[in-house]
Design a protein around this ligand. Structure first.
Ligand SMILES: [Zn+2]
Length: 352
């Protein structure tokens, strides 16, 4: 005779979903969770924090470039490739562990990524994983560019700027056809509706969240990774735009959480992880230029925070012991039931 217990345990594991949101391209504690920054993050602080476990010291010991750092978050290994090269991560990504170990189909893991430079993030070059086992990657800017009628892109220039760090690095991507297939078959959006709606959006991150919400509604992926990036406009040197980016990211995180609660496929079975990819330089470091860049590798640029919320997660808890960026993937592995065997990190035990 068989027992029903193992079956229900399995069913429970199978239904768990995870949404990871990276809180912009480089946000310092000083403008977020430090006392002087808290006014910028009312949603994280008042709405999400009471429901979450907050780690106050997440240390990133890797390279502080956005693509390589986000890839490191996604592999659980400090990747060492050139940030400005269109290459895949060298170690298996969370998407590959998830899909291979749990035998999940292609459409169950997706990345919404901010710039063309991120287009290889879904799948590593590791031979035991890699080809055919990664996540689908949607690049909302590329999608929008491919959808626009000729000559109309100036109306959308505020949504199309590809990156803030090196304006001259914008890899040309082939694959417009693939993007159009994503739009129509995966997102179930007509070109007209998409282009029309985009006009109402204020920033690239709003475009990303719009796409992510559509993806959640149409595909309901169990593993969804959203990389916000507006904050990196700080490279322009305008502090007010940096703060605007933080305030917008705060609002968008609350909007994503609200969507999770409103979508029956996600409600009560989704754990959300929110964390910056890294910080920015200290105003005190003589070799840096303060908030504008992340070049010195000082403690402030390496130390940020992470918020975890969802079912079976402790609420309103603050953990001050230092953890590392690479702990994210093994932690999600422990929750979903895959083994991040190449990761340098350790599962975080305090969240449950
Ligand atoms: Zn940057």
């Amino acid at each position: 005779m068989f027992s029903f217990a193992p079956l229900s345990a399995l069913a429970q594991l199978k239904n768990q979903k995870v949404v990871v949101v990276t809180f912009g391209g480089g946000a310092r504690d000083e403008e977020t969770f430090a006392p002087a920054g808290q006014e910028n993050i009312p949603n994280l602080l008042k709405t999400l924090f009471p429901q979450s476990t907050l780690y106050t010291q997440v240390v990133n010991r890797g390279i502080l470039g956005h693509y390589v750092a986000t890839a490191s978050l996604a592999t659980g290994v400090y990747e060492t490739f050139n940030n400005f090269a269109t290459v895949p991560p060298q170690n298996p990504t969370i998407f590959e562990y998830f899909r291979k170990d749990l035998k999940r189909p292609l459409n169950d893991a997706w990345v919404v990524a901010p710039s063309n430079g991120f287009n290889r993030i879904g799948e590593s070059s590791n031979r035991s994983y890699g080809a055919g086992l990664g996540a689908g990657v949607i690049l909302p800017k590329h999608l929008l560019q491919a959808s626009l009628p000729t000559g109309s892109s100036t109306d959308y220039s505020h949504l199309l700027r590809d990156n803030y760090e090196t304006p001259f690095y914008t890899p040309e991507l082939a694959g417009n056809e693939l993007q159009m297939q994503h739009l129509e078959q995966i997102l179930k959006l007509s070109v007209n509706d998409f282009v029309h709606h985009a006009l109402s959006l204020a920033s690239p991150d709003e475009l990303s969240v719009y796409i992510a919400k559509q993806l959640m509604r149409q595909m309901a992926p169990s593993l969804l990774w959203i990389t916000l990036h507006d904050i990196d406009i700080a490279h322009s040197g305008a502090y007010s735009l940096y703060i605007d980016g933080i305030q917008r990211s705060d609002r968008l995180c609350a909007e994503i959480w609200k969507t999770i609660q409103a979508e029956p496929e996600y409600k009560d079975r989704t754990t959300m992880f929110i964390l910056p990819d890294f910080g920015r330089d200290s105003d005190m470091d003589a070799s840096g230029n303060g908030f504008q860049h992340h070049r010195t590798g000082d403690a402030l640029s390496r130390t940020t925070w992470m918020m975890v919320l969802g079912p079976d997660t402790r609420q309103g808890i603050v953990i001050d012991r230092p953890i590392e960026s690479v702990d994210l993937v093994p932690t999600i592995g422990a929750r979903l039931g895959f083994d991040a065997r190449f990761s340098q990190g350790k599962p975080l035990t305090e969240i449950a």
